[in-house]
Design a protein around this ligand. Structure first.
Ligand code: PLP
Length: 397
C-alpha cells in the first residue's frame, strides 16, 4: 500500500476516456457515453477477480460497510460483533443503521478471537464482522462455524487485505458479504471509493438500490424508476471508478511488490529471538500490506517504535496508542458522543464496557509494532532498511 505510489499511464488513460465523454455519473446519459461505463466495468472486473457473482461499487469503504449491512437487512437493535482493533468505520457504519456495535477481544491473529465471539453471541446478534487488519485474516473457518450454528451473517472487512486468500478463496469472498475500500491509502486506490462483493442476488439487488436512493435502475429514464425501498446516495463517480479499473488490473503486480518487500524485512527480523510474528491462520495467505510483530513487553514495543521514528524508519505504527484503530482511544464511541440522539436500542443494549475484560486485546496490541509495506520502496533499498530495523531492535533487547 498505497496504490498511488505506482500511478502511471494506465490510470491517466482511463480517466481521459471518461473526461472525453463528459459523463461523470454512473447511471443514465446513455447517448453521450460512447459505451463508457466505468463503475460497471470495475464491478465486473472485481467480481471476476474475487471469484464471486456480484460486486457493487460505492463511494467509500465506510459506505461499503453501511450498504453491505443494509443490504442484508441489518437495522435498529441488531448487534454486530466487531474487533477491538479495527478502523472507526466499523462502528460508524453500524451506528448509522441504528444497530449496536459490540466490541470483542482479538487474539494473536490481531483480529476477532473465535472463542470470544462465541461468548459474545446473544439472541440479538445478527452479524460477525472480522476486520482483516494490516493484510491478514481471522480464523475464518472457526468464525463461519459459529455463524452457521447461530444463523448469523459473516461480513468480512477486507479493506486492508485485498489480494489475500483463505482456503484458496480471495479474502472478502469467504463470508456472506465482503467489503473493500479504494481510498487514497489503500493497495488499490481510486481516490475515494469502495465495493461490496457477494454471491447473493438479493444482497446485490439491495446494495444496488440502497446506494442510489432506493432506485430500482429499471431502464435509463431515472424519472420513471420506482423506489422499492428507502436508500441513500453512496454512489461512486465515473472518474473514481476509472482510476480503479486501471489499478485493479495491476493488483497482482502490486501484491508481488508487497510480498517481496515484506519477505526482506521478515527475514531480517526473524533472526532476533525476542521478535515473534502475528499469527496467520492455517489456510490463509496474507496480502503483505503490513509486517506486524510482537515484542516481549509493551515497554519494549514502545521503545522499538520510538527508535524506528528517531532513526528515519518511516511508516511504522504503535497501534495501541492510536486513536483511529484501537478502542482505548475511542472516547467518542465509549461515551456515545453523537451529534444527535442515537437509536434507542443503542442506549438500551449498550454493553458495560468499564466492566468488560479486554486484557487479551491489550496483551496483543500493547506488544505489537506494525510496519506498512510501501509499494514505492524499490528492491535495492530494502536490504539496508531491513538491516537498520534489525540493528535498532538488537540495540534495545
Ligand atoms: C480504510 C478502511 C475502511 C474505510 O474505508 P474508507 O474508504 O476510508 O471509508 C474500513 N475498514 C478498514 C479496515 C479500513 O482500513
Amino acid at each position: 500500500m498505497p496504490g498511488f505510489e505506482r500511478f502511471g499511464a494506465a490510470e491517466k488513460e482511463q480517466v481521459s476516456e471518461v473526461l472525453d465523454t463528459g459523463v461523470l455519473m454512473r447511471y443514465g446519459f446513455d447517448g453521450m457515453r460512447n459505451g463508457t461505463w466505468k463503475a460497471l466495468e470495475l464491478e465486473r472486473d472485481l467480481a471476476k477477480r474475487m471469484q464471486v457473482k456480484h460486486a457493487q461499487t460505492v463511494s467509500s469503504g465506510t459506505a461499503a460497510l453501511t450498504v453491505a449491512l443494509a443490504s442484508a437487512g441489518v437495522g435498529a437493535g441488531d448487534e454486530v460483533l466487531i474487533p477491538t482493533f479495527t478502523f472507526v468505520a466499523s462502528f460508524e457504519a453500524i451506528l448509522a443503521l441504528g444497530a449496536v456495535p459490540i466490541l470483542v477481544n482479538i487474539d494473536d491473529t490481531l483480529t476477532l478471537d473465535p472463542d470470544a465471539v462465541a461468548k459474545a453471541v446473544t439472541k440479538r446478534t445478527k452479524v460477525v464482522m472480522p476486520v482483516h487488519m494490516c493484510g491478514s485474516m481471522a480464523d475464518l473457518r472457526a468464525l463461519k462455524n459459529i455463524c452457521d450454528q447461530h444463523g448469523l451473517l459473516l461480513l468480512e472487512d477486507a479493506c486492508q487485505a485485498i489480494g489475500g486468500t483463505y482456503e484458496g478463496k480471495p479474502l472478502g469472498s469467504y463470508g456472506d458479504l465482503g467489503c473493500f475500500s479504494f481510498d487514497y491509502v489503500k493497495t488499490i486506490t481510486c481516490g475515494e471509493g469502495g465495493a461490496i462483493i457477494t454471491d447473493s442476488d438479493l444482497y446485490k439487488q439491495n446494495a444496488d438500490r440502497y446506494s442510489d436512493h432506493g432506485h430500482d435502475h429499471n431502464g435509463s429514464d431515472r424519472g420513471a424508476e420506482t423506489h422499492p425501498n428507502l436508500g441513500y446516495n453512496f454512489r461512486i463517480s465515473e472518474l473514481n471508478a476509472a482510476v480503479g479499473v486501471a489499478q485493479l488490473k495491476r493488483l497482482d503486480e502490486f501484491l508481488a511488490v508487497q510480498e517481496r518487500n515484506y519477505n526482506i524485512l521478515h527475514t531480517a527480523l526473524k533472526s532476533i529471538p525476542e521478535v515473534s510474528f502475528r499469527r496467520v491462520p492455517k489456510g490463509g495467505v496474507q496480502s503483505y500490506a503490513f509486517l506486524n510483530f510482537f515484542m516481549p513487553t509493551q515497554q519494549l514495543a514502545k521503545k522499538v517504535h520510538t527508535a524506528f521514528g528517531e532513526n528515519g524508519i518511516d511508516a511504522c505504527f504503535y497501534w495501541y496508542d492510536n486513536n483511529w484503530h484501537y478502542f482505548r482511544q475511542w472516547e467518542h464511541l465509549l461515551q456515545q458522543k453523537s451529534l444527535g440522539k442515537m437509536a434507542g436500542a443503542v442506549y438500551e443494549q449498550w454493553p458495560d464496557y468499564d466492566r468488560m475484560d479486554f486484557s487479551t486485546s491489550d496483551h496483543w496490541m500493547g506488544r505489537t509494532v506494525s510496519c506498512l509495506i510501501k509499494l514505492g520502496w524499490e528492491a535495492d533499498d530494502m536490504e539496508s532498511r531491513a538491516q537498520k530495523m534489525a540493528e535498532i531492535i538488537r540495540g534495545l533487547v
